[in-house]
Design a protein around this ligand. Structure first.
Ligand SMILES: Cc1cc2nc3c(=O)[nH]c(=O)nc-3n(C[C@H](O)[C@H](O)[C@H](O)COP(=O)(O)OP(=O)(O)OC[C@H]3O[C@@H](n4cnc5c(N)ncnc54)[C@H](O)[C@@H]3O)c2cc1C
Length: 421
């Protein structure tokens, strides 16, 4: 541990950037002796889920061994680096609504049969989190959800906004990346890792494709590699078994009160989203739909829909396909309960892949720690809570690499070696 360290971080999403940042801030990091290189396959940082997520942070998120540390570090990072201005760090209230939308509320209607499917949930609230919702009245200042449609409102966790916060994930990730760069990290974009060479006892080199020149390049004498390639982790390190699940989202231009709202919207049985009716299509969902809607700083509202398995993970984050009709579904469903958002401009329609570990499944934690090869580390599979759990993961990875063990939290149950990685 005392000698020269040549560390390579694979991936410039929130996990790679926070890892690079905390490595560069670690007391044992000596830029005259050690090197840290972050390789990102896309042309810019935060090109995947880390730039397209909601950015919600919650003390009620999962896994509980990691969440409190990371929630605290978010507050510390914001205080130290002006996060409120730079990446919109703030506390906000969080609640859930259930609403029934009547026929009269829907302007576009068609009689339908068949062609329906049940709405699939993003695994953001695990069972423990669902129990924390307490029934109350819809708050006065939550004035952008139609009060007359809401049958129930429940607030998450302790009353007020102490247990829920948010960041703008793109600005957070890129700002932390830039702070890592100013701390001495060599960040290379368009650098797609193609091979990690190792023996059973150590790492040797990291090979990557320079997508600009088309050349294959190699970093030699590598001592440590942190694989944090999100849903592509299973391609960089197949035994990690981390893969991706696509999800669409939209961003509105709207300045509304600071609430994160989980919805459960019962639609009339013959509801057809307007864009689908125009295409002569029949209804997409049966029963209820539950998009999540977060007011965001910088005059935005973010909303995400359900995941789908229609298109496999592409080669790189800049090649992710967005199916605009799925974004229009989200807009259409939300328009039924929010007149404000119904008339708001749309700033972005987008898609990204959620990273998840196939053996852990949804509603569970990432894999963080060492692997069977000394010097190859893993930090991936953060499912719905990678923005929330980014700083904690980065801090713990820096401890693993420089101290040989994680000390800020006990995350032994996230040890990749338990899953034969
Ligand atoms: C719709 C949606 C909403 C979400 N909302 C929230 C939220 O509100 N709060 C929250 O905490 N989390 C949220 N998440 C989850 C969060 O976005 C992810 O857990 C997190 O972004 C994962 O970060 P990552 O760095 O592991 O992966 P990514 O962001 O995917 O980054 C991985 C990076 O690795 C790069 N890469 C891949 N292969 C290679 C290679 N071979 N060589 C070099 N680089 C490579 C990619 O280009 C990419 O930039 C949401 C996710 C989705 C899909």
């Amino acid at each position: 541990m005392e000698g020269k360290r040549n560390i390579v971080v694979v991936g410039g999403g929130v996990i790679g950037c926070t890892t690079a940042y905390y490595l560069s801030r670690h007391p044992k990091f000596n830029p005259a002796l050690h090197t840290i290189t972050l390789l990102e396959a896309a042309p810019s940082l935060a090109s995947g889920a880390s730039g397209k997520a909601g950015g919600l942070l919650g003390l009620w998120a999962y896994p509980s061994c990691l969440v409190p540390l990371s929630f605290k570090l978010h507050a510390e990072l914001a205080a130290e680096h002006g996060g409120a201005q730079k990446w919109g760090y703030r506390h906000l209230k969080c609640g859930s609504i259930s609403a029934t939308v009547t026929k009269q509320r829907i302007q576009q209607m068609q009689t339908l049969n068949g062609d329906t499917k049940a709405w699939e949930r993003l695994p953001k609230q695990n069972e423990a989190a669902q129990e924390l919702f307490a029934s109350t009245n819809q708050p006065e200042d939550l004035d952008w959800i139609a009060r007359d449609l809401v049958e129930g409102y429940a607030e998450m966790g302790a009353p007020g906004a102490s247990e829920t916060a948010q960041v703008h994930p793109y600005h957070f990730t890129t700002s932390i990346g830039e702070l890592a760069r100013s701390g001495g990290v060599d960040i290379r974009t368009n650098a797609k890792v193609t091979n990690i060479k190792s023996s059973a006892s150590e790492v040797e080199s990291v090979e990557y494709l320079d997508r600009e020149s088309g050349e294959t390049k190699q970093i030699n004498d590598v001592t440590d590699v942190v694989v944090s390639a999100g849903p592509w982790t299973g391609r960089v390190l197949p035994k990690a078994k981390v893969e991706g699940l696509r999800a669409h989202s939209v961003v509105y231009e709207a300045d509304v009160s600071a609430y994160a709202v989980f919805t459960d919207i019962e639609l009339p049985s013959d509801f057809v989203p307007e864009h689908r009716a125009k295409m002569g299509q029949k209804r997409k969902h049966k029963g209820s739909v539950d998009p999540e809607i977060y007011a965001r700083p910088f005059g935005e509202v973010y909303a995400c829909g359900e995941p789908d398995k229609l298109v496999p993970l592409p080669e790189t984050a800049d090649q992710v396909e967005c199916d605009e009709a799925q974004c229009d579904d989200i807009i259409s469903y939300i328009g039924t309960v929010s007149p404000v958002l119904h008339s708001a401009s749309i700033k972005a329609k987008q898609a990204c892949y959620l990273p998840q570990h196939i053996r852990f499944g949804q509603e569970s934690g990432p894999l963080i720690g060492g692997t069977s090869v000394p010097g190859i580390w893993l930090a991936a599979g953060h499912t719905c809570w990678g923005i929330q759990n980014g700083p904690g993961t980065g801090k713990l990875m820096s401890e693993f690499v420089f101290d040989g063990k994680a000390t800020s939290a006990n995350i032994s149950n996230l040890d990749p070696r338990k899953f034969k990685v």
